[in-house]
Design a protein around this ligand. Sequence first.
Ligand code: GLN
Length: 476
Amino acid sequence: MQDSAVALAKKLQSKEVSAKEVVQDLLPRLEKTNEEINAYVTLLPDEALKQAEEIDGKRARGEALGPWAGLPIGVKDLLCTEGVKTTCSSKMLENFVPPYDATVVRKIKDAGFIIMGKTNMDEFAMGSSSENSAFFTTKNPADHTRVPGGSSAGAAAASAAGIPVLNLGSDTGGSIRQPAAFCGCVGLKPTYGRVSRYGLIAFASSLDQIGPFAQTVEDCAMLMNVISGHDPMDGTSLSHPVPDYLKGLEGDLKGLKIGIPKEYFIEGLNAEVRGEVEKGIQTLESIGCETVEVSLPHTDYGIAVYYFVCTAEASSNLARYDGVVYGHRHMDATDIVDMAAKTRAEGFGDEVKRRIMLGTYVLSSGFYDAYYLKAQRVRRLIKQDFDQAFQKVDLIVTPTTPTTAFKFGDKTDDPLSMYLADVFTNSVNLAGIGGISIPCGNDSQGLPVGLQLIGPALGEEKLLKAAHHFQMAHGG
Ligand code: GLN
């Protein structure tokens, strides 16, 4: 493990290193590793060096700089970056250059973070392996024959490989936590509304949330301090005050009650993953947590409900890609309907088309009540399961994924088996609450296992504190 971002920031603040030295040290490593794992769609080496020089100039002149100025970061390629291509790893947006920054991008820029590039993902964030990227797949740094997870594939792989350790991703049904587990880094999906989604290219708006990747929980807490908070540009962002998540890590976990949901420790769970997570639970107990069994009785419906809700919202959100305003346009059409049809046929990949069709179907009159409306009702029951559990416990612990990273091609012929990769993560999005994946040992092939902690709405402080103390005690 290399320097954490918080440790590197101290060296920058004390002028032990300059921002330019940090970037010059990182760039050759980043470029070499990126050739092996393909984490980035766009690299910004010249811009990064220029930004580093500006920060060093400000520091030399004694101008005010935030504590994190000069830290390198990667940004998932669905967060709009002014003047820099934002592709969503789709042919539809292959040449799209946004005229504005997403709020999170603006915030990290204002805090002096240096953006190293835009990371690869499954097209429009739909997928669990990077195999749905229209451009290329990203390799798992732990084993290049295996997927890094998805959809924030490049972000997780970059964090795990340290190119750089900090990354921003998004999570609609597991896209931060599942790849973090597969690659062996930390990934937090905050409570819905904690982080502004303005400038995030929408997949499923009632589920999407932006969050941090890092090698340490402490770095995630630091990045949460920077990106959280109300934004008038996002009507769903919450106005609750943002606590100091870094400070919140202090203290101990004595008396913290952690629920173990019996529905998550089931037959489909790989025995080695189960074994590692059980050791993780023992670690939690050894540092003062009390564990009790809880029940989340509607867990079984999570996948079905998720795929009704997310496809319905995706079919509506992606209607805007018709060749008129954004992105790709078929140039040889007979009329506007023909243009929209051909543009969409060419611009979208198979999985995106599958979801648009499924979503259009579940919303169509005649089927709406049976599918979409019913799914929303069951979604409420899933949320109530968590509400009831959190009356008894502070946090919930589960495996992040049922297996470790699978091989490329293993699930591409069977969309349903791909969907099951998120069976332990998507209920958290349906309930609008927060979850974090932390490294928790390896299987016998050396592949990382992730432990997931789930917290109540706006429980990030508790979640990060428990995850931090777990990581310190368990290692990895
Ligand atoms: N893998 C899930 C899906 O394909 C989750 C994706 C995400 O969180 N963006 O929808």
